[in-house]
Design a protein around this ligand. Sequence first.
Ligand code: ZN
Ligand code: ZN
Length: 330
Amino acid sequence: MREDSFHLIKYTSSGLYCEVADLWIDPKKPVKQAIITHAHMDHFTFGCEEYISTLETAIILKERIGKDINIRTYEYEKEFKVNGIKISFHPSGHILGSSQIKINMADEIWLITSDFKRQKDDTCKKYEIVKTDFLISESTFGLPIFNWDEPQNTALEIKKWIHTSHETTYFLFCYSLGKAQRLLNEISKLNFTNNIFTHSSIDKMNKCYKNFGVEIIETKKFENNKNIGDLKGSLILLPPALNRNSFLKRYKDFQTGFASGWMSIRALRKRSGYDKGFPISDHADWSGILKTIEESKAKNVFFHHGDSEVLIKYLKEKKSINVLEFEYKK
Ligand SMILES: [Zn+2]
Ligand SMILES: [Zn+2]
């Protein structure tokens, strides 16, 4: 391990930075060149001079924030250079277009997983195992209590839920990009006959996914001024920001549910205020993170995003993997 290359990627208050390429990964401030790993808004900042992403991510981003951004796209696996540094995108299995970033300089490889999962998801490309020397992994659900159930079981739970009563309207809250499409894809594999309505933000994303050939069950656009009677017995998908009492009050007989990995914790489920919690996540669970570290063959691992204390302790004591702290740079 050479001293200079050890610092190939730095962790700064504005995000991950590759100094030799003058390239930021999902920066939190406007910069000259930004790689965007996927189109979730906590990975995007307005005002960068140039963005680099996969084609899918670029199309989703433009759909979400407008066409007026300067974005260069590359296919998965295709190597390109920034300031002479070799870079490529590899599927991370998180949402449509999401990618891991492989950065290669002088035969030393760094891999940034960004948000990833190892579970089956027919709405995006499967996570690709990439061998690396240094791995920067997310650890959102890096505790042994997180152990995901099959997504099809979650879809079955949802089906069961909306069959409780014909008189009730069922509001299921979930993220507009990724989660909603994954649920609608899983639901499309069931014999599901109730009406499904979606918020316009979800509808827009459904269209993007369908254009890339992803199977999404037929839905209608949700309009809040609709006759309440028409929505009885229906499943309505809305973004979590709309879970406000004033918004739902007019639907006297209704139930609310939330689809999220956090709903696998009973205490959080109870405290959340939703009638039902459906545990399903687009992030890796405990064993998914461990498997990824092992398969990457990385000798050095960093964690980014989420609390990683338990994970670090486990890797150091049980696996003798070198977990490094980022050298923090302002
Ligand atoms: Zn994400
Ligand atoms: Zn994220």
